[in-house]
Design a protein around this ligand. Structure first.
Ligand code: AGP
Length: 350
């Protein structure tokens, strides 16, 4: 097992560090994706269906498809699909996202959707059930993922979604920009030592909030899921603007807030929420551009990203330190992050 871990103490850590490679390999799928897109009829709407981390990739898909393609896009949890299938019609493309391609909830929804619309599965495991049942299939090239927590497969799913949007929108500029992601990701991974120290500072908190708006909202959700899954600490991912509609009552100096604040449209609004939670005593871990002096000033701890990373592509990079933060807190709390209790890598029950 030590050999399989390639010198890393856990599969999860190895898989986090494999992410630049996973993006690169998935980017090489572009000609397959172009080919699939050339077979598409004129779709009028898109629905994404998935569970867990794959659901968070779907949420990014919604913001991206709406921003770039102007197509109405829904996101439905696979376990809710049978109660919410009404909006699907023959002009819809229903996109299923699944690492394993075997998740029971997702397969059940795929069966229902196949009767009503065209289906596309974005899957990491070759030959899995979802790849046999969907009309179109795109493979994420993350390689096998052993850790129960999805890391590199999430990044590969996002890469596929960005490629798909770029191909459907004939957006050369985005395709070029995506080529730079592996290098940016290597830069972000260099933050690991700082994040390890941060983990030690925050690991005894009992509740966390993760906040973001727009493209950063799914990143906040995913950060909170990783936290719950491998550290057993309660974490809530929230659209930053919703705090004032209830959860602000929970904020005090015992509840750290992780704020995802890349440069762009959502920046100033989320920053005002950072001020709001600070006024209630919360310590804030800010994720933002290296030249964001206001955020640096407001945050107790700051995770800095290259300033070229704009909001639209930020989900591919801003989630990486959150994976590392949960990983190190998990290890520091004496938990095995590869095998969290009560969870399975592939959930084959409904
Ligand atoms: C993520 O860390 C989890 N292991 C879980 O939420 C997972 O993403 C979910 O069960 C969906 O699995 P799938 O992608 O294989 O369908």
């Amino acid at each position: 097992e030590m050999a399989q871990k390639g010198g890393y103490s856990h599969f999860m850590l190895k898989e986090i560090h494999e992410q630049p490679e996973a993006v690169k390999n998935t980017l090489s799928e572009v000609s397959d994706i172009e080919n699939i897109v050339s077979q598409f009829p004129q779709f009028k709407r898109i629905t994404f269906v998935a569970c867990g981390t794959s659901h968070h990739a779907s949420l990014v898909g919604k913001y991206l498809f709406e921003a770039l393609l102007g197509l109405p896009t829904d996101v439905v949890l696979a376990s809710e699909f049978e109660f919410s299938e009404g909006a699907i019609d023959p002009d819809s493309l229903v996109i299923f996202i699944s690492q394993s391609g075997e998740t029971a909830d997702t397969l059940k929804a795929l069966k229902i959707a196949n009767k009503k619309a065209k289906t596309l599965a974005i899957v990491n495991v070759l030959g899995s059930t979802a790849t046999r049942e969907a009309d179109y299939v795109i493979f994420t090239r993350a390689g096998p993922e052993i850790g129960v927590a999805a890391t590199k497969t999430y990044i590969s799913q996002l890469t596929c979604i960005y490629l798909l949007a770029a191909c459907m929108g004939k957006n050369r500029e985005l395709l070029d920009e995506l080529q730079q992601i592996p290098d940016y990701m290597k830069t972000v991974l260099l933050l690991e030592e700082d994040i390890k120290e941060m983990a030690a500072k925050y690991k005894d908190a009992q509740d966390f909030f993760f906040i973001g708006r727009g493209f950063s909202y799914p990143t906040a959700m995913e950060g909170a899921l990783k936290l719950k899954e491998i550290t057993y600490i309660h974490g809530e991912g929230y659209a930053a603007g919703e705090l004032k509609h209830g959860p602000l009552a929970l904020i005090d100096d015992d509840v750290p807030v992780v704020a995802v604040v890349p440069p762009g449209k959502s920046h100033d609004r989320t920053l005002s929420n950072v001020e709001e939670v600070k006024a209630r005593g919360a310590r804030v871990i800010g994720l933002g551009s290296e030249d964001d002096q206001v955020l640096s000033y407001e945050a107790s701890d700051m995770i800095k990203f290259p300033s070229q990373i704009r909001e639209l592509i930020s989900p591919l990079l801003y989630v990486v330190p959150l994976q590392l933060l949960s990983y190190h807190m998990s290890v520091q709390r004496g938990i095995d992050p590869d095998k969290p209790k009560n969870l399975a890598k592939c959930v084959t029950v409904e």
